[in-house]
Design a binder for this molecule. Structure first.
Ligand code: CTP
Ligand code: K
Ligand code: MG
Length: 180
């Protein structure tokens, strides 16, 4: 029971988990805010770039399309009915995750935090809130069917754990400047 909830939650959120990590690898180039400031601080900061956002979104969508081909065999192996992703849902999960992260940077700059500063809680859940909000708007029926209250509960508990583990790992590998 809990195993199938975790499998479903992880599978359904993968197109939202991967974009942020892809952006870390792809980031650089022009910042989205173009260097502009608002009320004495950068609007978003140099950590939110056009390239990172575009590549992150693309990687999330491509991953969802790859998962669609694996859903049947992987589901059979696990004994779980794993969901597939229509293109709008895939895009909403990936781009919504990137937008949640961008929104968090906006809030960090407003609260005087420099680029790279930690904001515990927000850092671990910003992209989840963005991805879920977007997919519930874009593909409501699919989202209601996949993200039942118990799957949502697993997502909210599991995501911060995965976030901490992947970011500490990326920091240890020298891919990320901070371990959060
Ligand atoms: N990145 C990017 N574009 C995004 C998100 C991330 O280019 N939309 C890249 C940037 O190189 C960024 C790195 O991924 O520095 C790590 O992402 P994150 O930790 O979200 O950014 P920070 O640099 O920590 O900046 P902030 O304080 O605004 O979160
Ligand atoms: K972040
Ligand atoms: Mg950071």
């Amino acid at each position: 029971m809990i195993g199938s909830l975790v499998a479903t939650a992880f599978w359904a959120m993968l197109p939202a988990y991967v974009p942020n990590n892809a952006a870390v690898l792809a980031g650089g180039g022009r910042p989205i805010d173009g260097g502009r400031e608002w009320r004495g601080a950068r609007v978003l900061g140099d950590g939110k770039t056009w390239r990172g956002t575009a590549v992150g979104t693309l990687v999330g969508v491509l991953l969802a399309l790859a998962l669609n081909r694996l859903a049947t065999p992987a589901g059979a192996a696990l004994g779980v009915d794993l969901p597939t992703f229509a293109l709008p849902a895939a895009f909403a999960l990936a781009f919504g995750a990137m937008c949640g992260d961008i929104g968090a940077s906006f809030l960090k700059r407003r609260s005087g935090r420099e680029r790279g500063a930690a904001f515990p809680g927000l850092d671990q859940l910003d992209f989840v809130v963005g991805a879920l909000a977007a997919v519930f708007v874009v593909d409501t029926d699919w989202a209601l069917a996949v993200f039942t209250p118990s799957v949502l509960a697993v997502v909210l508990v599991m995501t911060p754990v995965l976030h901490v583990v992947t970011n500490v790992g990326a920091y240890a590998l020298g891919l990320k400047n901070e371990p959060w």
